[in-house]
Write a protein that binds this ligand. Structure first.
Ligand SMILES: Cc1ncc(COP(=O)(O)O)c(C=O)c1O
Length: 431
């Protein structure tokens, strides 16, 4: 059955789209809460689907979409209540006292990052965007330009357009500077980069990064790095963009947004994945001053972004998040899971470090804890064996040696414990 589907896909789907998880991928047919179910009725605990933030097939979201599709689905150039209501709901999630008072809705994270870059360039009248190494930000021309991960594009570092400057990634576990107190060292290098850009006449428009390094596997930034970087960029006349597509929206548990962990307030925030719980919604939140700068460059319009339908779905997702207590669950179950995984690290030397916060965790596998030699082949084999044992977990990072853990936020204690037990079993028995 799977072979038939793979052959059919092979004949009609573009080659660039044919990367699939697993040597022998299960054919997934259904999702329910934090479970995936295949065509043989085999059920898996889903540890990777952060788009289905509420859990798969949430009835309230399905009802909202159904009702709105039967009532009205039209674009934001008509006057309707839903766009204002959804925008106000999103703005109510902004830090108190911030000037983040304006929402622009699109359909994906890539579009959100693309638009954020345009806004920053329009507001500053400059072009240069500083992005961190090892990042993924999307597939459109602009969001791909700031995507620097060698996993997504082996030629990334050598082929960025002239308006992108790549800064060193402040990974305190395996980066240029390692240890607890390395923010100043990374910030000194960033300052040097900014000086050079100025000397070359490439004044900075924006600094863009994830508030914790999602693509690297949930690596928490060194204490003080983000605050220092934002201060330097603003002093240089640029604006700060937080890409919260992966790490925001309640997943951190202790905070709704990733940037709150670093006690900073960005100038522009990009959001997407869990906003629609599978329905395509993305957005940018910024200040009126920055948003208005774009109007000097013509109009902005997205046919489905901010439509009656996507607004109703977005509101239903926010309601369900609150009703189901999902941010709280992310804090409680995330802490339990992290503790369980760190317990495994005490017994299994293959686990170099457990990264992350809330329900965005990464289990970094290394052959040697001193050299941090990536255990990529082991990580892939462990994922295959975990699938056989009923757990969907996959690899991430440029080195493909981190098990990424970003399940629906409704993950239960029982399932979290089961995942830890299964990983323990695989690490003990072999793979
Ligand atoms: C941090 C980050 N930004 C942006 C994107 C792009 O989002 P989308 O796939 O919705 O276009 C992604 C997607 O994985 C992402 O991880």
């Amino acid at each position: 059955m799977e072979t038939v589907i793979i052959d059919r896909e092979g004949s009609v789907v573009a080659k660039v789209l044919q990367e699939r998880y697993y040597e022998r991928p299960p054919q997934i047919e259904r999702g329910w809460q934090h479970h995936l179910i295949d065509t043989t009725a085999r059920t898996y605990v889903d540890m990777v689907n952060n788009v289905a933030g509420l859990g798969h097939a949430h009835p309230k979201v399905a009802d909202a979409a159904d009702r709105q599709l039967r009532t009205l689905a039209t674009n934001s150039r008509f006057l309707f209540r839903d766009l204002a209501e959804y925008s106000e709901r999103l703005l109510a999630l902004m830090p108190e006292g911030s000037d983040l008072d304006t929402v622009l809705l699109v359909n994906s994270g890539s579009e959100a990052v693309d638009l954020a870059i345009r806004l920053a360039q329009a507001a500053t009248g400059r072009r240069t965007v500083v992005a961190l190494r090892e990042a993924y930000h999307g597939w459109t021309m602009a969001s791909d330009a700031v995507t620097t991960s060698a996993y997504d594009n082996p030629f990334a570092l050598a082929t960025r357009p002239d308006w992108v400057h790549i800064a060193d990634v402040p990974n305190r576990f395996r980066g240029t500077y390692r240890g607890a107190d390395v923010a100043d060292a990374y910030l000194a290098d960033l300052a040097t980069d900014l000086d050079r850009l100025r000397e070359d006449g490439r004044e900075v428009a924006a600094f863009l990064c994830e508030s914790i390094l999602g693509n690297a596997g949930g690596v928490v930034l060194p204490d003080g790095y983000l605050a220092g970087a934002y201060a330097q960029i603003r002093a240089a006349g640029g604006v700060c963009i937080a890409d919260e597509v992966q790490v925001g929206f309640g997943r951190m548990g202790s905070a709704f947004w990733g940037f709150e962990l670093a006690e900073v307030v960005p100038d522009i925030i990009t959001i997407a994945k869990p906003m629609g719980n599978g329905f395509p919604i993305g957005g940018v939140i910024t200040s009126k001053r920055i948003a208005d700068a774009l109007s000097t460059q013509g109009q902005f319009f997205s046919s489905a972004g901010g439509s009656t339908l996507s607004c109703r779905v977005g509101i239903a997702v926010l309601d369900a998040m609150a009703e189901d207590g999902l941010q709280h669950n992310a804090a409680v179950i995330g802490a339990r899971l992290a503790e369980g995984l760190r317990g495994l690290a005490d017994r299994h030397p293959l686990i170099g470090v457990v990264h992350g916060e809330g329900l965005y965790l990464g289990v970094e596998l290394v052959r040697d804890r001193d050299t941090m030699e990536p255990a990529a082949a082991e990580a892939a084999a462990i994922c295959e064996r975990m699938r056989e044992l009923g757990v969907i977990v996959l690899t991430t990072s440029e080195r493909s040696n981190v098990l990424k853990i970003k399940p629906p936020l409704c993950l239960t204690a029982q399932s979290a414990d089961h995942v830890v037990a299964m990983l323990d079993r695989v690490l003990t028995e072999g793979w």
